[in-house]
Design a protein around this ligand. Structure first.
Ligand code: OAD
Length: 241
């Protein structure tokens, strides 16, 4: 039995599957990843763009980056990897998809049980009154403001140094803890607390299957490592189910 067949076999027996995705799953849709060749952090310093301090110092600079990313992501469509996870959800009694991605492509593909633990680039939050609204407009003002109170809006995403939504994180932790199988796709597994979720599942007895172009810090202890493109591997992984 090769690794792909082993992973298929593990998935076929499982009733409780939790998936954790990162930027790599959207790479084939055209969304740049953060790390690695061509990654977003190659040309930008995270501390200049994705921190509350950066936003306080220069909101226009931070917003320019987000206007650019929203425009880019708006042109991207779900790829076969996103669609394979929709199919996997349909045939799994208890399924949770935890994503670090803010692009909304899992939801666009049709995934239902999604925990977007790093937020969404399509939701804006008022820095004054806290109201969060979906807003997909690509012609926002350079510094968008709140309809209710006139306060400055920011993307409703998690920046470095900020905490994740405690309720979402709790649900993600629970889904990891209760999983029989945890499928980890396209994440460099270096940003906490998301990176620790695979470990939570592993320690609770789940089989962890990793899909990535290259080995990650988790590769040494997971059950199966499948090296390659998510858009090629995931459809093959679920086709047999
Ligand atoms: P990274 O950019 O750190 O890692 C992307 C991973 O995807 C790498 O391990 C690549 O090898 C892999 N990869 C790239 N293309 C792939 C493909 N076609 N198929 C399979 N794997 C592929 O992205 P994340 O791990 O998601 O957080 O980064 C985690 C967090 O760091 C992000 O959510 C973001 C960032 O800072 C915040 O902004 C809070």
């Amino acid at each position: 039995m090769d690794d792909l067949e082993r992973a298929q076999d593990i998935l076929a027996r499982a009733e409780r599957i939790t998936v954790l995705t990162g930027a790599g799953i959207s790479a084939e849709s055209g969304v740049p990843t953060f790390r690695g060749a061509g990654g977003l952090w190659e040309n930008h310093r995270p501390e200049e763009l994705a921190t509350p301090q950066a936003f306080a110092r220069d909101p226009e600079l931070v917003w320019r980056w987000y206007h650019w990313r929203r425009g880019l992501i708006a042109r991207c469509r779900p790829n076969p990897a996103h669609r394979a996870l929709v199919a996997l959800e349909r045939c799994t009694p208890r399924f949770t998809l935890i994503t670090q991605n803010v692009d909304g492509l899992h939801q666009a593909a049709g995934s239902r049980q999604v925990l977007p633990i790093h937020g969404s680039i399509w939701h804006l939050r008022c820095t004054a009154c806290g109201t969060v609204r979906e807003d997909r407009r690509l012609d926002l003002p350079a510094l968008p403001t709140c309809d209710d109170c006139g306060g400055l809006l920011r993307p409703d995403v998690v920046w470095f140094g900020e905490s994740l939504d405690p309720e979402l994180l709790q649900r993600a932790w629970q889904a990891a803890h209760q999983a029989e199988v945890m499928l980890v796709v396209g994440t460099s597994a270096v940003v906490q607390p998301a990176a620790g979720l695979a470990q939570v599942a592993h320690e609770a007895g789940a089989a962890v299957i990793e899909v990535n172009l290259e080995p990650t810090p988790n590769s040494g202890w997971v059950e199966v490592v499948l090296l390659g493109k998510a858009g090629e591997i995931l459809p093959r992984l679920v086709e047999a189910l």
